[in-house]
Design a protein around this ligand. Structure first.
Ligand SMILES: Cc1ncc(C[n+]2csc(CCOP(=O)(O)OP(=O)(O)O)c2C)c(N)n1
Ligand SMILES: [Mg+2]
Length: 320
């Protein structure tokens, strides 16, 4: 699909923001600046952005424990996200969510989630609203989450209720330290999703254009009243399962190879420059702009207000 120059620059800016956000977190965590458990999304940028570039604030997404990329792609404020991860009371969720529980319902981002497989049923609930609004609801899940019973129930219910829900399986080939080839019993997660009675396709999760075009087809399918759909995205994670993971389960040279051959940012740059849609100067300017944003996010997060003891009991219950 032919995208305008502005749309291409926006997609690249979103992917680069995710990459630099994650690389900077990696450094800050190593320096001991950030507490808590963190799972980095770097490497999977084309998945989040290829999906979310089709969505507006009234479309819903539900994310996972590896959620920063989904939040950025869906339009969460990057500086407020960084403050959240730093545990500041000025953060997007007042510092109470942290890395694994960032949410912003105002942009249709219903939350990251520390429970593997918990997202799909929430996306089905949101899919009921989406059906009456004419929007879509997206469940991001990993290859590990696709084996959870909660995901099976959610897929079945979405088919039964003919909901506009898209199950996006980001297959980065590992569930913690367990390989997909060992843990996924079906021929593939696409075959499994098809067995539930929905349209199920695959795309290359390191190629923004592959994801973007495939998602257009699925969103049109859902909005035409055909019920749910599923997509499996073949992708790579560039860091460990969590920050601090020594990754001994990877093959020799595997990480170096995927970083060299399966890089979403490099793939995008190569494609748009070869097709003469953008030049390196355009892309370098975005890089500089994003680097400045991330510097600002970290500086503001370090200077931001810390929570007080009294904050602990605030916002525990919602009052309608
Ligand atoms: C219900 C549940 N079981 C186990 C865990 C521990 N756990 C956290 S992440 C993870 C692996 C998830 O793998 P995948 O769905 O492929 O996502 P990825 O980490 O690759 O993004 C597991 C088993 C959990 N958080 N929740
Ligand atoms: Mg995985």
């Amino acid at each position: 699909m032919q995208l305008s120059r502005e749309a291409l620059l926006k997609a690249y800016r979103q992917m680069k923001t995710i990459r630099l956000f994650e690389e900077r977190l990696h450094d800050e965590i190593a320096l001991g600046e950030i507490a808590g458990f963190t799972h980095l999304y770097a490497g999977q940028e084309a998945c989040a952005v290829g999906v979310c570039e089709h969505l507006g604030p009234k479309d819903y997404i539900i994310s996972t424990h590896r959620g920063h990329g989904h939040c950025i792609a869906k339009g969460c404020d990057v500086i407020d996200m960084m403050k959240e991860i730093y545990g500041s009371r000025d953060g997007l969720c007042k510092g109470k969510g942290g890395s694994m529980h960032i949410a912003d319902v105002n942009v249709g981002m219903l939350g990251a989630n520390g429970i593997v497989g918990a997202g799909a049923p929430i996306a089905v609930g949101a899919g009921i609203t989406a059906k009456s609004n004419g929007t879509v609801s997206i469940a991001f899940s990993g290859d590990g989450a696709c084996n959870q019973g909660t995901t099976f129930e959610a897929m079945n219910m979405a088919v039964v209720l003919k909901l506009p829900v898209i199950f996006v399986f980001e297959n980065n080939h590992y569930s913690e330290h367990t390989g997909e080839a060992y843990a996924v019993g079906a021929e593939s997660m696409t075959a499994r999703a098809a067995a539930f009675g929905m349209k199920a396709i695959k795309a290359d999760g390191i190629d923004f254009f592959s994801v973007y075009d495939a998602m257009r087809e699925l969103i049109d399918h859902c909005k035409a009243g055909n019920g749910p759909a599923s997509i499996e995205l073949d992708c790579e994670r560039f860091y460990g399962h969590f920050e601090g993971d020594p990754q001994r389960y990877r093959g020799k040279g595997e990480l170096e190879r995927i970083r060299e051959e399966r890089d979403a940012i490099r793939t995008f740059r190569q494609k748009v420059t070869e097709a003469k849609l953008l030049d390196h100067g355009d892309l370098d300017a975005v890089d500089a702009e994003v680097a400045a944003l991330i510097d600002r996010a970290v500086a503001e997060s370090k200077a931001a207000t810390r929570p007080t003891a009294a904050d602990v009991t605030q916002d525990v219950y919602i009052s309608y």
